[in-house]
Design a protein around this ligand. Sequence first.
Ligand SMILES: Cc1cc2nc3c(=O)[nH]c(=O)nc-3n(C[C@H](O)[C@H](O)[C@H](O)COP(=O)(O)O)c2cc1C
Length: 179
Amino acid sequence: MKILVVYDSYFGNTRQVAQVISEALSPYGSVRMCQVCDETSKKLDKVELLIVGSPTRAFRATKAINAFLDKIPIGGLKGVKTLAFDTRLSAVETDSGLLNALSAVFGCAAAPIAEKLKRKGGELLAPPEGFFVKESEGPLKSEELERAVNWVQKAVGSFYSSTVIHGADETTGSAPLAH
Ligand SMILES: Cc1cc2nc3c(=O)[nH]c(=O)nc-3n(C[C@H](O)[C@H](O)[C@H](O)COP(=O)(O)O)c2cc1C
């Protein structure tokens, strides 16, 4: 399976999440991870699983991630499995009642990313997920990287186990390796 992990990152936290996700997916196929840029949409050819992650900035994804998603034509992700994640400030660690109140209303980056992926024809393997930083510049809260690995393994693993049950490999139940 050809897997592409597209991320944006200012301080490196979203990049770290993208990195552990990419490593966790290596048993499922060839994984390419790239920071989003003007050329990123050219890398979508033959991609079967697309994962998009962004820092939350003013309650949404970065301009570069939105530009990348907007460039994908309607129906351009037909037949492509997708996942969306973001990094965001932790309400527990943040003293700002205003930010917490606004976040409750306006949300974070992952859900709108997921909406766009669906609108372009992608099939979401799991609900969008957020991973918490302690402060704007990081670091990530402890155990967020483990949580990211569990999230992606569960999402992709459950898709693959259902594929396996419908396929020929019921006896081993193992996830198919790169193909
Ligand atoms: C200009 C700016 C706006 C931000 N807006 C939000 C926000 O709306 N909600 C939130 O939870 N965190 C917000 N943050 C915190 C970022 O989510 C945090 O910097 C990011 O997760 C770090 O990821 P990165 O290291 O990949 O850039 C903001 C940070 C900056 C600098």
